[in-house]
Design a protein around this ligand. Structure first.
Ligand code: G4P
Length: 520
């Protein structure tokens, strides 16, 4: 097969959702289609004692070490599917955000009984910022939830994205009859406890059990309304991330999952060209290229190894190949390459654009690094930095270990595990992270890898705003609105809250406050 054919087969995506919306259940159903697991029903494993494949990271967490995003891949209808797991729960970290830089599309699962929840908004914003196509699955239709029209309205209002319902539900909960599948012009009939059946629109007249049902009639009326007043279908708008196709269903039943996945596979983009210092890099280029979006240390505590997650962007990867690390110009041989399939690691021999591979990191890589073969030298665009929300002061527990302490912080910051700021006045170390988990991982790694125990003092949630260096007047700030500098020595203020920020703006209209993070 040619590189071009291989690339066209790739569909690389992540599933995002608020905890408990049904990400694990959905992942498991998709793996089932790919024959990757034999039976569903091990979700969460509360009952069976087993864990769903995608829940491996939870086990990692219980072992007291960091979590990992695993990648699941399987063949489906001639396509090569790569699903990147993004941790849900409180395991929120910059890793989660960065994982989204390595996918070509996203499936957003929403619990239709709850509507849009906090974590979904955060993750959505990152996808939106990058223009990633977003496919929405309104889950748990087997329960009484919010009205479909209200859910669409919520999506449009809260997330500010146009919606296009790909199907329309007739009823919900106990009275759920099925969905009008607009894409395939068929009614997917729900039979509690049994498999769904498909009735082409033109044959519906032979199904009085549906057509004479009031719920069916109501749904038909709503569908007409949606067809008249709703957004126009546009694949271009979907691919630009401006319009989200919405699918209603139930991951648990499962209902509407297969029709959703078939439409998704057809519409979701294959790997696209990626921006770099030489311009866009075409995934079909013969020369290999890729970038590192995550580094995972201590995957195996016995070996203390570090694995770098690489997204292939062009050409063909073959195990044992030599590549150049663009940042340093150093040649490296990629002898140990692995596919990160949940808890097992399989050696991978070849990979193409869209694939994610784990490579052994001899302490050479940093987040965002570009690996290349070929004559041309270039680097992929820097990965976006994400706004830290939780800040803590950090000190070495044992003053005699300050050398180890500094080395640990320096390396972990370089690796992208956490962000570092220094207090302008006292020079003390202040860490910034998007999730609590990053602090747990930081503390653990400082102790285990650098032999430096740390003490941390929370300073709470803060709003960072950068200043022009000439306007960084220390007398304007105090410990509430803390003046610090980032690792590039640029001054910024960590405002206590929105109120403090606005108050400062009113008092000091001449001082320019810069929001470096595009997601805000
Ligand atoms: P998450 O990974 O997004 O956190 O969610 P997960 O799939 O674990 O689902 C959270 C809960 O919601 C689970 O119930 C799961 O069974 C349930 N669920 C998922 N999809 C559906 C659906 O389509 N309909 C209904 N009614 N429930 C759904 P749990 O009580 O936490 O676990 P369990 O005891 O049922 O295994």
């Amino acid at each position: 097969m040619t590189i071009q054919e291989e690339v066209k087969k790739r569909k690389t995506f992540a599933i995002i959702s608020h905890p408990d919306a049904g990400k694990t259940t959905m992942t498991e159903k998709l793996l089932l289609y790919g024959n990757l697991i034999r039976s569903a029903g091990t979700v969460k494993g509360k009952k069976s004692g087993k864990f769903a494949t995608s829940d491996w990271m939870e086990i990692e967490k219980q072992r007291g070490i960091s979590v990992t995003s695993s990648v699941m891949n399987f063949q489906y209808e001639g396509f090569h599917i790569n699903i990147l797991d993004t941790p849900g729960h409180e395991d929120f970290s910059e890793d989660t955000y960065r994982t989204l830089t390595a996918v070509d599309s996203v499936v957003m699962i929403i619990d239709s009984t709850k509507g849009i929840e906090a974590q979904t908004i955060k993750l959505f914003k990152v996808c939106r910022m990058r223009g990633i196509p977003i496919f929405t699955f309104m889950n748990k239709l087997d329960r009484e939830g919010k009205e479909p029209l209200a859910l669409l309205e919520e999506l449009e209002e809260v997330l500010e994205i146009d919606t296009y319902p790909m199907n329309w539900p007739a009823g919900m909960g106990k009275g759920f009859l099925g969905i009008f599948d607009r894409d395939n012009k068929q009614f997917v009939q729900h039979h509690p406890g049994a498999e769904e059946t498909y009735i082409p629109y033109q044959e519906l007249e032979n199904h009085p059990e549906l057509t004479e049902n009031g719920t069916y009639q109501d749904a038909l009326n709503e569908l007409e309304l949606v067809e008249e007043a709703g957004n126009t279908y546009s694949e271009e708008a979907i691919l630009n991330g401006e319009l989200t196709p919405v699918f209603f269903g139930s991951a648990l039943s499962p209902f509407g999952v297969q029709t959703f996945f078939n439409s998704f596979i057809r519409l979701a983009p294959s790997p696209a060209p990626r921006k770099s210092t030489k311009g866009a890099v075409d995934p079909q280029e013969a020369d290999f290229s890729g970038f590192i979006f995550k580094i995972q240390a201590n995957m195996n505590p016995a070996h203390r190894d570090r694995i770098a997650f690489l997204r292939v962007c062009s050409g063909k990867f073959t195990r044992g190949m030599s590549v150049q690390l663009a940042r340093t110009g150093k040649e490296l041989k990629l002898a140990q390459s692995q596919q990160m399939v949940a808890s097992s690691r399989e050696t991978i021999e070849e990979a193409y654009a869209g694939d994610i591979i784990g490579i052994y990191d001899p302490n050479a890589y940093q987040i965002g690094d570009t690996l290349l073969t070929g004559k041309e030298k270039y680097e992929f665009d820097e990965l976006p930095q994400f706004p830290p929300e939780i800040f803590k002061k950090v000190m070495a527990k044992n003053a005699l270990k300050s050398k180890q302490f500094r080395k640990g912080i320096e390396q972990l910051v370089q690796e992208g595990a956490i962000q570092l700021f220094r207090d302008k006045l006292t020079d003390s170390f202040i860490l910034g992270a998007v999730g609590e988990l990053q602090y747990q991982v930081f503390t653990y790694r400082m102790e285990n890898e650098y032999n430096a125990e740390v003490i941390m003092e929370p300073i709470g949630e803060r709003i960072p705003r950068w200043l022009k260096p000439e306007q960084a007047d220390a007398s304007l700030f105090d410990s509430g609105n803390l003046l610090v500098r980032d690792r590039h020595d640029q001054p910024l203020v960590l405002f206590r809250n929105e109120f403090a920020l606005n108050w400062f703006k009113d008092k000091n209209p001449d001082i320019e406050l810069i929001d470096l993070f595009e997601t805000n």
